[in-house]
Structure formats: C-alpha cells, structure tokens
Design a protein around this ligand. Sequence first.
Ligand code: UDP
Length: 444
Amino acid sequence: MSIAPYQGPSVFGYETDMPLRRAAQISVHTSPLATLGGADAGGMNVYIRELACHLAQAGLPIDIFTRRTDAETPEVRAICPDVNVITIDAGPPEQLSKTDLFPYLPEFAEQMALYSLRAGVRYDVVHAHYWLSGWVAELAKRYWDAPYVQMFHTTAHMKNAVAAAADRETDLRLNVEKRLLTLANGIIAANPDERADLIWRMGVPTEKICTIPPGVDLGVFQPLDRAACRVELGLGLAEKVVLFVGRIDPIKGIDTLVDAAAVLDSSGSRPTFVIVGGDLDSDGAPIGPLAHVAQSIDARGVASSFRLVGSQPQDRLPVFYSAADVTAVPSRYESFGLVAVESLACGTPVVASRAGGLRFTIDEGATGFLVKPQSAPALASGIEAILTDEGLRGDMSANARRSVERYDWSSIARQVMHVYGRLAEGHRAHFCSGYDVFAMTGSD
Ligand code: UDP
C-alpha cells in the first residue's frame, strides 16, 4: 500500500511560524506505560515518559508511538497534560521478543503515518529510542518530512563487548545500528563514554552527537526518614542493608552480586540483600528470570541473606533507597544507570561497576565506590567498606544528594528542546546546547 507524502492540514497552531510545535517519540518494543522492573521495561521507559512530560510542561506537545501488545489497550491514552501514548497495530497484539519485531517495522511506520493523517497532526521532529525505533523513524521519512534524532540507550557493539556468548546481540542489530549512525539526522548519547565509542569506534562525525544524560525527578527521589522506612519494610534498625533495583537481565550483573554475598558471608559479615525487580507469583514465589536468580542464591548457600520483593512501582522506591545503607549496581554495562542516581538523590551511597554512565555519576570515594565489573571480591570489598564505617557512610550520604542536582529534569529537558529546535530549523550539525552536564563532574 502506498500513500502520498503527508503535507498535513493547518491545525494545532500551524498558522504560526514557530519551528517547533509538536514532536513524536517512537518506542516500538516497550511502552512508557509498562510495569517497570520486568525484562524489557526499565530506564528507557522512565526516560521517555519523564522527558515527554517535561517537554510538554515547557510548551511542546508530544505523541509517543508504541506497538500494540494487548487487544484491549485504547489507541490514545494521555499520560500527562499534552502527552499521548499512541498504540499502533503492527503484528500480532501480544508480547513479541525484540528479535521477532524487525519484519513488522514497515507496517508500524505506515500505521503511524495513517494515524497522523486521521488525527490531523504532524511533527516537526521525531525522537527514536533503541535501534528498532530508529529504523521506524527512517522508514517514516517516506511519509513525514521531519528530521529524527536517535538515542540508542545501548548499542550491540558495546553490549557484545561484555556479554556472555549466549547473550550476544544479532548481526541484524549490529548492521542496522551502523546504518542508523549515518541515516539519523542527529544522535543523543547518554554519557561521554557512549559518545566516545560512537565517534572513535563507529565513525560518527562529532558535530552530529550531543551528550545529554537522562534526568531524575528530584521531587520523587528524596531522602526519607530511614528508621520509618525500615519499619515499613520490616527491616531491623541495626540490620546492614544492601539494595539492588533493576531489571532481571544478565547485563545487570546480579550473578556478581550473589557471588559477592557469598564472599561477605564467608568473611563473617552478613548484610541483608533486598532485590527489587522481576516477577513473583500470587504466593510471592519468584517466577521467570527471578526464579533463576533464586536458584543461584540457593546454590551459593546464601538464601537467608536475600529478600526478593519483585518489581515495585517507582513512587515506592524512595522508601527502599532511604532504608538501605548502600545500593549495589553491579552491571556489566550501563548506558546511564538511573538507579544509581535515584539512590544518590535519596542520600544513599552506591557501589557500582566502573562501566558506562556509572563512571560519570558516582564520585569515587565521595558518594560511593566504582569497582571492577564482574568481580565479586571487588564488589564485596566496596560494600563492606561502607557497611563497616559509619562515618564514611554518613559523609557519602551527605554528599550524595548535592552531587545529582545537575540531573534535574527541567535542565535536561531544556537541552533536549534545544536539539529539537535546531533540527527543526534545518540544522544537521552543531545542534548541542553548549551546556555539558558531565563537565561538572571533572571525571572526563
Ligand atoms: N524501576 C522501577 N521499579 C522496579 C525496578 C526498576 O520503577 O521494580 C525503575 C527504576 O526506578 C529506574 C529504572 O526502572 O528508573 C531502571 O533504570 P536503569 O537506568 O537503572 O536501568 P535500565 O532498565 O535502563 O537498564
């Protein structure tokens, strides 16, 4: 089926000469409305939702396009003022694995274009998340005369560098990502590491990339009364508590955390590990990937140290962060690592892998420790250093909140808006705002 390129009626403020009147975000494989902490719903979902709502607050209405995975989902749902999630029919209305989605992308692009025709809207800029959506944004150029900016969130190239053989990404993904580097009108990297990789190893011209990290809602993530939070979670006031929050995915390095628990157990210090993320059945028993984690915890003989509480709504997480002595982020790779920043915003130090964005958000020795990825002894010793030194923990906690104020959403959204504006005005290079969040850390 072919339709003429969309010109669009003069509606929704199109009478004005403003270059930026409405933007589209594309997130094919996962919706900003999905339950967080499952296999495919985490930081990117939070990022898309928060960015859209903050851009809309600043005056730019946003439509977010995602694939239908459930026959009952309404076509249009508002998630905050001036932000709609549009559910697109492409492929069977059920969960499909990311690797099975590629053949449905042309249909997705076509249905997106038909939606915009029916609704009488057009977009001045398109923001694609993850490689699948980048391909859709490229296909949508047949219908929409709008530039697109690509955010990878992770690249196959960087993931494969740390993944076990069985978890390696496909050649299809590798090849599509390579193509998108040239096809996209602009690229946003989440941290200086990702930017450097894209420039030096993948050959992207520097003038096409801006580095803008995700933001964090500092109103939601703030320190709460520790004792009250512990009572609420059934944790003892004197207990040493290590928190993990995240998707249950091999990239998150939860196997290293389990091994670190065994190291700590054999050295006599036995903190409680609270694991937030993954699924429980109606009796509270772990299922899916979390069941595998439970098996490895049993196999290491440390089951009595672990509490698997399943995924939690995000607005409940400040209670967990505030109750913990330290948050562990043992990821093999992390594009940004929202969990680390959320924890710091709640005043809780972080021990994290020296990987990806984590290297730029944790101030070594001042707000936590960075340790060698996939090293249980290194992780255990970082955790122990904080658990056994109340003075150090107190100092880190006092520094933590201030260190993440630069991730405030209003400033991050302003920088993204600047990129959109330059793209919509026709610029194809040098569209960054000139403000560098990471320059403030002094770690690059
Ligand atoms: N999250 C949540 N509930 C959970 C687990 C995770 O709300 O049970 C949220 C968490 O607050 C964070 C995001 O999911 O905002 C995970 O983001 P991160 O960047 O740490 O990891 P990613 O999922 O992008 O790999």
